[in-house]
Design a protein around this ligand. Structure first.
Ligand SMILES: [Zn+2]
Length: 610
């Protein structure tokens, strides 16, 4: 008799859908919420039950009540919006961690402030150790010193406060750096040093280096620092790397990010991630692209490096990262026609097309996805051509899901090719609004209108468009990029080519289901579906229905990763806003910190470094 009742209860539950085994309690139940699942079979719900790191049921509060046992933790969502955990589609994981340890110069209002901050840093750092900074941009300064060369000061005053420390300060773009006298000396750069191919040592009227090093001219300084760092004991290096991981994790989890596409890392760093993941010490799930390896190294190591959902779905490696051009801000994006404000130049290819093609052939032979940084319209066209050629003869190219990272400026003729080839446009919503104010200066009105950050055109043409921030180039905040994607609102309140806006649902999908798709992970991530990983974010406001200008004041209240609450917004800090959040007037009384961000680099390493 009892058996028959039990069978009847099970049958009822199957009919009710989503409560397949009600008598095994959940570890965690979220209830009383506005649950947007992004699963078309059940788009809306009130409650979710989680067990053993997975979603076991989604439904009404009544459906889910049966999953609450004596040891089940419950969270009352009080009507708040619960979504699949955000997936950062393109960022630099170790770079994010490191960026938290170097001087953040993004808000410096003038050169004096930078000199003062470096001076303060020298007082706590051992003489001889390197002081690094990042994020300065001369166009954000109130004034530029009179002795400036090419709009940037000379190193004299900086060197005066740091005679015993090499100092290197990366430009916001990553495409230039500013070095003091000691760093130039360590790098062996003086008035007799010729400009390297692909780089420029900026000099004053007397021929002396000013400290500004463009593009590949940064390398000797980077190398000098690496030589000095290489002398350190392994334990110090390891401790520093682990610190980067912790800092990155803290930042991402507070922003509702549960998975992160790392674009990309060396084989050595991937081994490090693998060790951490094996010990359960990766704070978020990583989808890592292999970067910076020679053809020979790719041939040798790709097969052994492949990981899919390793260590409980914390580490996947099945893609490589390539980079064909530079960035628009530094005139490094490779264009079909010259720059409006630099008519002598169409930018340049950082990697020869033939090299890109050879890497792509190696990748396809090993079943790897290829994700190539392309910003200019020429760069995008060349990459599409390479992909098309390499796909020829492949039965189902769309299944390869190859990506173009940034896909920022696209000739209208090339827009339909993304969908036709099944190439994913891996874009960053927030770049459009960071850059929008100065893009027309580089490209002119017509090219801007027809080809700049054209995610609407790509979507209409049937392409998959994903989203992210390129952190640490931008703050990792998904809500900022979501807001940029749906508003294209610039700091001055105007909208940047507003007909390219995404709908809110499109923007949400670009951060969840589509980023999962772009990593071949749609079976386990991207929607709140029973059986998938229990990665969830709870927001303070319903970003799908509140007035648009209220989106920026939305906060992450909970982040749940693998069924555990890993972030809870501290009480009484409702107005807390992370530094670098740059979405203008709507953010309360925070100063609108939207300067002309130069460029969209892959800023971790100068181009060509590997
Ligand atoms: Zn990048």
């Amino acid at each position: 008799m009892e058996k028959r009742i039990a069978r009847f209860v099970v049958l009822l539950c199957v009919i009710a859908a989503g409560c397949s085994s009600p008598r095994i309690p959940a570890d965690l139940v979220l209830r009383g919420g506005n649950v947007v699942t992004l699963d078309d079979r059940r788009p809306r719900a009130q409650a979710i039950a989680l067990r053993a790191g997975r979603i076991i049921a989604v439904g009404s509060d009544r459906d889910i009540a049966g999953f609450v046992g004596p040891r089940t933790e419950t969270v009352d969502l009080a009507g708040r919006l619960a979504l699949p955990g955000f997936i950062e589609g393109h960022g630099h994981f170790m770079g994010l961690g490191e960026s938290k340890t170097v001087l953040d110069l993004t808000t410096a209002r003038n050169f004096e402030e930078i000199v003062a901050r470096v001076g303060a840093a020298t007082r706590v750092a051992e003489p001889g150790t390197w002081i690094t900074g990042r994020g300065w941009h001369q166009d954000k300064w109130e004034e530029v010193p009179e002795d400036a060369v090419a709009g940037v000061p000379v190193h004299r005053r900086l060197s005066a406060v740091s005679p015993d420390h090499p100092v290197v300060l990366r430009h916001a773009s990553g495409h230039a750096a500013f070095a003091n006298a000691r760093a130039l000396e360590r790098a062996g750069i003086d008035r007799h040093t010729p400009d390297p191919p692909g780089g420029q040592i900026v000099r004053d009227a007397g021929g002396e280096p000013t400290g500004l090093l463009r593009e590949l001219a940064q390398l000797p300084v980077v190398d000098a620092r690496m030589r000095d760092l290489a002398g350190r004991p392994d334990a110090d290096v390891e401790r520093e790397r682990i610190r980067y991981v912790e800092l990155a994790g803290e930042d991402l989890l507070s922003k509702g990010i549960t998975s992160f596409h790392d674009a990309g890392s060396s084989f050595e760093t991937i081994d490090f991630f693998d060790r951490l993941a094996g010990r359960g010490e990766l704070p978020v799930r990583l989808y890592v692209m292999v970067r910076g390896a020679s053809h020979a190294a790719l041939e040798q190591a790709l097969a052994d490096t492949r990981r899919i959902g390793a260590h409980g779905d914390y580490l996947t490696v099945r893609s490589i990262k390539l980079q064909i051009d530079g960035a628009l801000g530094s005139h490094g994006a490779w264009l079909l026609e010259p720059y409006l404000d630099l008519p002598s130049s169409t930018g340049l290819a950082l990697t020869p097309v033939e090299d890109i093609r050879r890497s792509a052939e190696i990748a396809i032979a090993h079943g790897y996805q290829v994700n190539t940084h392309a910003i200019g319209d020429r760069a995008n066209r060349e990459v599409l051509n390479v992909y098309e050629a390499v796909f020829a003869g492949h039965a189902a190219p769309a299944d390869l899901r190859w990506r173009i990272e940034h896909a920022q400026h696209i000739h209208p003729d090339d827009v339909p090719r993304f969908a036709a080839l099944g190439v994913i446009a891996s874009m960053q919503g927030v770049h459009a609004t960071s850059d929008g104010s100065w893009v027309p200066k580089r490209l002119g009105a017509e090219r801007t209108r027809n080809g700049a950050y054209v995610w609407r055109d790509l979507l209409e043409a049937g392409a998959v468009v994903t989203n992210g921030t390129d952190v640490p180039v931008e703050d990792a905040d998904p809500l900022a990029s979501f807001y940029a994607s749906v508003s294209r609102r610039l700091a001055d309140g105007s909208r940047f080519t507003p007909d390219q806006r995404m709908t809110r649902e499109e923007a949400l999908r670009s951060y969840t289901t589509l980023n999962a798709y772009a990593a071949f992970e749609e079976d386990v991530k991207g929607s709140l579906t029973p059986g998938k990983l229990a990665d969830i974010v709870v927001l303070s406001r319903d970003i799908l229905s509140i007035p648009e200008d209220e989106i920026p004041s939305t906060r992450v209240d909970y982040t749940i990763l693998g069924g555990r609450v890993v972030y809870r917004r501290p009480q009484g800090r409702s107005a807390s806003i992370g530094p670098g959040r740059a979405w203008g007037a709507a953010v309360g009384d925070e100063p609108a910190d939207v300067g002309p961000r130069g460029e969209r680099p892959d800023r971790r390493d100068p181009p060509g470094a590997s």
